[in-house]
Design a protein around this ligand. Structure first.
Ligand SMILES: [Zn+2]
Ligand SMILES: [Zn+2]
Length: 71
């Protein structure tokens, strides 16, 4: 028998994540529902996010918050 009960914790809410609700990004584990922008709470896509110290942002917001604003 494999270790079916491997327990991973969501990086965002620190609760247990089950396989059906798991999303892995940046070598971290999230609930699908927790994979959202810290800034606007918008749902993220794997192709459209950035993370800073485990906190997720949508790319435009990441740019706004951490890079100089473009004119
Ligand atoms: Zn979570
Ligand atoms: Zn956002």
């Amino acid at each position: 028998m494999a270790f079916a009960g491997t327990k991973q914790k969501c990086t965002a809410c620190e609760k247990t994540v089950y396989l059906v609700d798991m999303l892995t990004a940046d070598n971290r584990v999230f609930h699908k529902s927790c994979f959202r922008c810290h800034h606007c709470k918008g749902t993220l896509k794997l192709s459209n996010y950035n993370s800073f110290e485990g906190v997720l942002y949508r790319m435009p917001h990441f740019d706004q918050l951490f890079k100089r604003r473009q004119p």
